[in-house]
Design a protein around this ligand. Structure first.
Ligand code: GAL
Length: 339
């Protein structure tokens, strides 16, 4: 007996019992179409594979979003480091565009080297896509950024150079593009705090420091909303979650307020760590989404994502308890979906 998928019922029943059963049950050739965001769940791309874009960043080009992140899928060549690229029109349904970086260690870095938290900027002057990432040795002592460049959003990106921005140590990096298009890098400079610095005209260098926020925070993310800058960071606890905090300032130079919790501290940001904030400006509403990673250090290929619209305004920011939600990308409106 066959069902509408053309599969015998016992096959369908068996596949539904597998983890991610709905993915396995998808008939070959049929694209996965998602309706709701499910924070913390496995997030299939259009081919049904869990998205591999950890510690990532989002770039919007016209109406297309590109999601770049650490590719930590199973079965990759351990000599290489990979950055993946996905594209989407609605931030929910993502098409895998390939591994746009596949890199051997640059000179003097040896096995166990690190490439983390890739972020891509598009430079309208040079028409180049410029990727920044955290580059390090096994012990996180090198503390540099690396730059790779491409003519197209989906690569390939060619490695150009590595350096310490403005001579400072740089571990976790974050990306911020202001409403006027100015591009900034956020980077963690132990033991001072985190710095926000403007990129050079061609984005190939970090040119001018805007501020040093004297807080020991990483996973830095910034959004400009209703005339205020909101900055989120995580404490330095490696792969373990901690209570992420936020501060606000009228300008990037500051003055920055004290840091306050973004969620009940005992939830440790609901097990996640900040990587970016994105602002979706629709015809009716502007929604700011918290993008966090739920790391699974022993099974990194299965690390998850916590994306959730924030409550923010008047200098206050709050991450609601994660629940399934949906968004209308045209109007910018989002709502929680009752279970
Ligand atoms: C975290 C950092 C991650 C990764 C990890 C390694 O603190 O945010 O990007 O570097 O440490 O332990």
């Amino acid at each position: 007996m066959k069902n509408k998928y053309g599969l015998p019922y016992f096959v369908l029943l068996f596949s539904l019992l597998l983890p991610n059963g709905f993915i396995n049950a998808r008939p070959a050739g049929k694209k996965t179409k998602l309706e709701i965001f499910q924070p913390g769940e496995s997030w299939p791309d259009q081919d049904g594979n869990h998205i591999q874009a950890h510690g990532g960043g989002i770039l919007k080009i016209n109406k297309t979003y590109f999601w770049y992140g650490e590719q930590r899928g199973k079965g990759l060549d351990p000599n290489f480091r990979y950055v993946s690229c996905y594209s989407s029109k609605d931030l929910l349904n993502w098409k895998f565009r390939g591994n746009v970086v596949k890199m051997l260690p640059p000179d003097s870095l040896t096995s166990g080297w690190i490439l983390e938290r890739p972020k891509v900027y598009y430079n309208p002057g040079t028409k180049k896509y410029v990727m920044y990432f955290h580059l390090d040795d096994k012990g996180y002592k090198v503390a540099q950024v690396g730059i790779a460049v491409s003519d197209k959003p989906d690569g390939d990106f060619k490695f150009v150079r590595r350096f310490r921005p403005l001579g400072h140590e740089s571990r976790d990096i974050g990306q911020f593009i202001d409403d006027d298009g100015t591009a900034y890098l956020v980077f963690e400079d132990r033991p001072y705090g985190f710095r926000i610095a403007r990129l050079s005209k061609d984005y190939m260098d970090v040119e001018k420091e805007m501020t040093l926020v004297k807080a020991h925070m990483e996973g830095g993310a910034i959004v400009h909303y209703q005339g205020l800058y909101y900055s989120i960071g995580s404490a330095l606890t490696g792969w373990n979650a901690n209570p992420n905090k936020y501060a606000t300032a009228p300008t990037l130079e500051g003055p920055w307020t004290e840091f306050r919790d973004i969620a009940p501290p005992e939830t440790k940001t609901y097990g996640s760590q900040s990587t970016m904030l994105i602002k979706v400006t629709g015809s009716r509403k502007t929604t700011v989404i918290f993008l966090g990673d739920i790391w699974r250090p022993k099974t990194q290929y299965d690390s998850r994502y916590l994306w959730m619209p924030l409550n923010l305004g008047d200098g206050k920011l709050w991450l609601p308890e994660p629940q399934p939600w949906k968004m209308n990308i045209k109007t910018g409106e989002s709502s929680v979906v009752k279970k």
